[in-house]
Design a binder for this molecule. Structure first.
Ligand code: AHR
Length: 333
């Protein structure tokens, strides 16, 4: 199983990366181009879908950075269906693209298609989300540390509770991301890690269900949470969009989001910051979607047979409600 923590320790180049890319190089480039040479790199990119504001910003960033780098981009939107991504990757292999990049919808089910890419000597770069496959089947991951985002959410919740003067037991509802997706698994894990280590006696997750990273999903699941658990103190939503949907459900139930129910979300999209500046979200853990430039840099290196780090991470911050108004004009997505 892919262990994101392994990436931390293996922060130097990996033979597999050089091996795959070097194969393409020896063959004169898999689309007939000379590697690092005159012909533009053809990049096949299989995106998750368009489920959230984060995803839209990520797609825009990838497209703009590919253009800036002078790549030929073959872009495919999987509409959150892993089987669509598998078809897209197979089509990239058939087209003999130079490099394949994708953000896997879920962590499992990739072995066969990744082996096909390897057999075709096309290097694969993961971006945003990881897979539960043998690490030799891809070169690198360009993206965030989701487990740490979960830990950061729990740590910032401590500050939110203190600021709100909340004492005693804390009943938490969790809106999970897409079932089986790396950010859903790892954010839940990181949050629980801190909760079990530091708040075993006072914090309790009373409800936890997927809202599929969408606003509609967040609203629908929060409605159900409020019916089964009307005394929820805190909502931890794995992304802003589900938090924003939940806010609608909370308001419809006659409660004040950010006051009656304290809310911590992940991402930091503009709409999340607007809700935070209106007092409806208490804190946001940033997850940076602007991965395009780092991804293209990695693709360039991989194609040229250069070594790359196993995990190319992104820089992120955390924001409390009182920072929202000042930060809002500076938000890029
Ligand atoms: O994989 C990143 C996650 O996917 C973002 O947090 C979420 O908004 C998106 O849908």
């Amino acid at each position: 199983m892919l262990n994101r923590r392994n990436f931390l320790t293996a922060a130097v180049g990996v033979a597999a990366a050089g091996g795959l890319a070097a194969c393409a190089k020896e063959d004169g480039g898999s689309n007939g181009s000379s590697s690092g040479g005159s012909k533009a790199i053809t990049l096949g990119f299989a995106q998750v879908g368009s489920e959230s504001g984060w995803r839209t910003a990520n797609t825009d960033s990838v497209k703009a950075a590919a253009k800036e780098a002078g790549f030929k981009l073959q872009f495919s939107d999987a509409q959150q269906k892993p089987e669509n991504q598998i078809s897209a990757i197979r089509s990239f292999i058939a087209q003999k693209v130079d490099v394949i990049a994708f953000s896997p919808v879920v962590v499992t089910g990739w072995d066969a298609v990744l082996k096909e890419a390897q057999a075709a000597k096309i290097p694969v770069v993961l971006t945003d989300r990881s897979v539960d496959s043998d690490e030799s089947l891809f070169v690198t991951l360009v993206g965030s540390d989701f487990t740490d985002e979960g830990r950061r959410a729990a740590k910032i919740l401590e500050k939110v509770l203190e600021k709100a003067g909340h004492k005693g037991k804390v009943k938490i509802a969790q809106l999970e991301g897409t079932t089986g997706a790396a950010p859903a698994i790892e954010r839940a894990k990181g949050f629980k890690e801190v909760m079990d280590a530091e708040h075993k006696d006072d914090w309790e997750i009373v409800a936890s269900q997927t809202g599929d990273f969408t606003r509609a999903g967040g609203k629908q699941v929060m409605q159900a949470f409020l019916q089964s658990n009307p005394d929820i103190d805190v909502l931890f939503a794995h992304n802003d969009d589900m938090g924003l949907g939940a806010i609608q459900a909370i308001e419809a139930a006659g409660k004040k989001p950010g006051k009656d129910i304290l809310i911590v979300t992940v991402d930091g999209v503009k709409d999340g910051f607007i809700a935070m500046s209106e007092g409806k979200i208490n804190a946001i853990v940033e997850c940076n979607p602007l991965l395009g430039p780092q991804l293209m840099e990695a693709v360039k290196k991989v194609h040229a047979g250069e070594k790359v780090e196993r995990w190319i991470k992104t820089e992120e911050s955390d924001f409390m409600q009182d920072q929202a108004k000042d930060a809002l004009p500076t938000r890029k997505y």
